[in-house]
Write a protein of this length. Sequence first.
Length: 107
Amino acid sequence: MENKKTPNFVRSALWSYDIDKIDMEKDNKIIIENILNHGTDEQIRWLFKTYSVKEIRKVVRNPGKGFWYPQSLNYWLMFLKIRINKETYKNAIKKICPQAGIFNGPQ
């Protein structure tokens, strides 16, 4: 990777982070998950040019807890031909109302 700083045009996908403090190598899971879950077409194209499919698959195979929208995770699992167990999937999906235990994905 030639530059360890994240480009400005990916800022909208990383809205909850200080983009100036994100290191593209160290923080690759943050960058990959946020762009796959929130990114534009341009940001996703950049992601696949910047990181190897192997790196991207590793992140999707180990999704962050409570991070993913079901539509995004389903799409990337299918696109990257990845299977994960039901418990991993369920833990990865954002909850609509975590206090009430309402789950917004496949049971």
